[in-house]
Design a protein around this ligand. Structure first.
Ligand SMILES: [Fe+2]
Length: 196
């Protein structure tokens, strides 16, 4: 089941994380080093060039090649089996889409500053490699003006609404961190949804 923090951050431990971790790491698609004023990431397949074009086009172009990426096939099978049924049930959705995903690998001093994700209403991050949980994704509560405290470890999927400001803090460690980010759109509520 899901754990809930501050009424907005949800976490879920993927039950077969240990079985798929090495398979995913060994099949990551070719990435590149992403370095600009807001981030320093040693390896990612985030399609920055396409992001310079229209957002809608980028999402579409990205997803056209998405399911050819071996690493994501492995994860997607697990998501379909374990996570997505719970997600659908929790939010009572009849229809949703996974609109985008990418991986990011952080080494010593790497970081990704505060940001939002556009074109989505639910964001999720799978902690594929997280040797030290203090370097997990940080979320900021704009209403109470404070960081949100929550517990997450390697193998956990952390998810929340897309209007949640977040960052990957500077990694001060020689142990690599790897995440897979996912953008979802929850589109349609179930017809028989009943508010209690
Ligand atoms: Fe992000």
């Amino acid at each position: 089941m899901f754990n809930l923090y501050d009424n907005c951050i949800l976490t879920y431990s993927l039950p077969n994380h240990k079985d798929i971790k090495e398979k995913i790491l060994n099949s990551l698609s070719k990435g590149y080093e992403l370095e600009d004023k807001s981030q320093s990431i040693s390896n990612t397949d985030y399609q920055k060039d396409l992001l310079d074009s229209k957002q809608d086009t980028w999402e579409k172009d990205n997803m056209e090649t998405a399911h050819n990426r071996e690493y994501f096939k492995i994860l997607y099978d697990s998501l379909q089996k374990h996570f997505h049924p719970l997600l659908s049930d929790h939010f009572q959705v009849a229809e949703y889409t996974l609109t985008n995903f990418w991986y990011q690998q952080y080494k010593m001093n790497n970081r990704h500053d505060w940001h939002y994700h556009g074109g989505t209403n639910l964001i999720a991050v799978y902690n594929l490699e997280l040797p030290d949980a203090k370097f997990k994704t940080q979320f900021y509560d704009m209403f109470r003006k404070k960081d949100i405290e929550y517990i997450a470890n390697e193998g956990d999927i952390v998810f929340t609404y897309a209007a949640m400001l977040h960052r990957s803090p500077p990694l001060i460690s020689n142990e690599r961190k790897t995440v897979i980010s996912m953008n979802y759109n929850l589109i349609q509520v179930k017809n028989d949804m009943r508010l209690k």
